[in-house]
Ligand binder design. Structure first.
Ligand SMILES: [Fe+2]
Ligand SMILES: [Fe+2]
Length: 268
């Protein structure tokens, strides 16, 4: 069994700046420390985009510092708050495709992780996601070469609506083209996404989808309203994927709750 840790929507800001009174870098540091203390045996960490809040060089530099001592390999993905040029300057060794997109695949025995780049810097609404033909061709080849491995796909923009009207308007615009390909291939065990800032699970045309919370600010549990910026200070979280011979098990670990110890309720 392999373990993969997932963080999403870090929204790192420059030193001294806060979001709804929270320091995203401090919140991510706390979550990363928790993950390394408890899951140091993980094979990889995947961070599924919105690495920074403004895509600014100072923010990527701060993220680089935060990750500099991480002993587990880290794969970075882009979200709508990121900017490809600034990311590229800060992380020049992060793998990218011949079309210049940050897509990666990693094989673990019996499994293939496929990380997609859904950032559309020319999106008409500035924040929705898109997988261009070049990115789809790369995906086709990644699926073709997977053999009988089980596939876990990572996207920043989830391929499902979530019931939050403001976020659903800035989702993955060509989600059907993605899920049609994955269904046709037939070996996708799970899709992992971010973007919404809430723990959500669902189904994209028969494919299981899990969305994780940010370590920092969350979307309020309001199924009405149109304010995409509305956020709430609730505990952050990260994901723990267990890749087994038959599939993928998904856990979400909250961070920042009051410290407690496990207690037995068995009669003494
Ligand atoms: Fe985000
Ligand atoms: Fe996002």
């Amino acid at each position: 069994m392999h373990k993969v840790l997932v963080f999403t929507d870090l929204h790192i800001l420059p030193e001294g700046e806060t979001l709804i009174g929270l320091d995203p870098a401090a919140r991510f540091s706390q979550a990363l420390a928790h993950a390394l203390d408890n899951h140091g045996d993980a094979a990889r960490i995947v961070i599924t985009g919105d690495l920074t809040h403004n895509g600014a060089p100072a923010e990527y530099a701060r993220l680089r510092t935060l990750l500099s001592r991480c002993p587990i390999p880290v794969s970075l993905m882009l979200g709508n708050h990121d900017r490809r040029a600034a990311f590229s300057a800060a992380f020049p060794s992060m793998p990218r495709t011949s079309s210049g997109h940050y897509q990666q695949m990693h094989d673990l025995k019996g499994h293939r992780l496929i990380l997609l780049d859904t950032l559309d810097e020319d999106a008409p609404d500035r924040h929705s996601g898109w997988l261009s033909p070049g990115r789809m061709r790369w995906l086709d080849n990644a699926l073709l070469g997977a053999g009988d491995r089980l596939i876990t796909v990572f996207t920043h923009h989830p391929p499902i609506d979530c019931g939050f009207p403001a976020m659903d308007r800035i989702g993955l615009r060509n989600r059907d083209a993605l899920t049609d390909r994955l269904r046709a291939h037939g070996r996708t065990a799970h899709i992992i996404s971010g973007h919404i800032h809430r723990s959500i699970s669902g189904n994209a045309g028969g494919l299981p989808v899990t969305i994780f919370k940010s370590p920092c600010h969350q979307a309020p549990m309001m199924l009405t309203g149109n304010d995409v910026h509305l956020s709430i200070d609730e505990p952050g979280a990260y994901g723990i994927l267990l890749l087994t011979p038959s599939g993928v098990i998904v856990h979400s670990q909250d961070v920042g709750l009051p410290a407690t110890r496990p207690q037995s309720y068995a009669p003494r």
